[in-house]
Design a binder for this molecule. Structure first.
Ligand code: R1P
Ligand code: URA
Length: 290
């Protein structure tokens, strides 16, 4: 295999990777990813020692130690377009020799755990509760750009969803990818589990209408009624399907746990969602680092 060209693998003059601005030694094997850049400091405030703080654009990374366990917290910003950057560049940091522009023969796997905020689609999932994403249901279309997506998408599940929902052909083709079993076992115990729908926007793509009308009739009602092998679509957010899909294709372990800040059925929003996010961070840090 030839060297990766300058326009394809972009390395900054300081030898860091293009958007994340990170060097390979600046990330841990266990990485918590969050949408909100300010959440990174909320997480790293729990670290006993901080080794690196790096930021570029919305991509803020803090790496340090908690209970002797090396860990990174990294902000992805919002959306699967950002996840495409984050997952490919994290993978490049561990699986590509950036100096020689060559893919290493022996590949490394990262544990990538998303802690997000999310809107519940079911009446019985209250605000301020937590949901573990057993599956990511991509309504964003990102994975369809990759040849290897065929190997990681749950095709029967995806087909059933498209058929039952009578999915509009003008929208991106949906895809379903499962979380990693080892991370589900490590951090998912006792949590409500479900299918997380990843949307390509916060408003129209999640059935929200402020001044603009919606093209898809009763999207949320239909999603909440969908059932596949006794599994329901529990919640909406904007990153998980791409994290699961790219992680599976690149050989990394992935899982998402969300703090439910809105309930779309009861039309409620948390009165203090940041406190709920803090509780989620404490729970998951304990499960990763103890
Ligand atoms: C929308 O408000 C953002 O919040 C959710 C969505 O996925 C989207 O990124 O996650 P974060 O709280 O991690 O950003
Ligand atoms: N994040 C989302 O993407 N949707 C919500 O309803 C709440 C948080």
């Amino acid at each position: 295999m030839g060297n990766l060209e300058a326009s394809e693998l972009i390395v900054n003059p300081d030898k860091s990777i293009y958007h994340l601005h990170l060097l390979p030694e600046q990330i841990a094997e266990d990485i918590i990813v969050v949408g909100d850049p300010q959440r990174v400091e909320v997480i790293s405030n729990y670290f006993d020692k901080i080794e690196f703080k790096v930021s570029n654009r919305e991509f803020v990374t803090h790496t340090g130690y908690l209970n002797g366990h090396r860990i990174s917290a990294l902000a992805t910003g919002i959306g699967t377009d950002n996840i495409d950057i984050v997952m490919n560049e994290l993978d490049a940091l561990v699986n590509i020799d950036l100096a020689n522009r060559k893919i290493y023969e022996n590949k490394r796997s990262l544990n990538i755990i998303r802690l997000g905020t999310s809107g519940a689609l079911q009446e019985n999932i209250p605000v301020d509760s937590f949901v573990f994403s057993e599956y990511g249901l991509g309504l964003d279309g990102l994975l369809n750009f990759y040849a290897e997506s065929d190997k990681v998408i749950d095709k029967a599940f995806t087909k059933a969803f498209i058929k039952e929902m009578q999915w509009d052909a003008n929208l991106a083709k949906p895809y379903v990818v499962k979380c990693s079993k080892n991370l589900e076992d490590k951090i998912g115990a006792g949590l409500l589990k479900g299918i997380t729908a990843t949307a390509s926007g916060f408003y129209g793509p999640q059935g929200r209408s402020l001044r603009l009308g919606l093209a898809i009739n009763q999207l949320n009602e239909k999603l909440s009624k969908f059932n596949y092998q006794n599994k329901q679509i529990t919640n909406f957010e904007m990153e998980t399907s791409a994290i699961y899909g790219l992680g599976a294709m690149l050989g990394h372990n992935t899982a998402t746990v969300c703090a439910i800040v809105a309930n779309r059925y009861t039309k409620t929003f948390s009165s203090d969602y940041k406190a709920t996010v803090v509780r989620l961070i404490e729970l998951i840090l304990e499960r990763i680092c103890d």
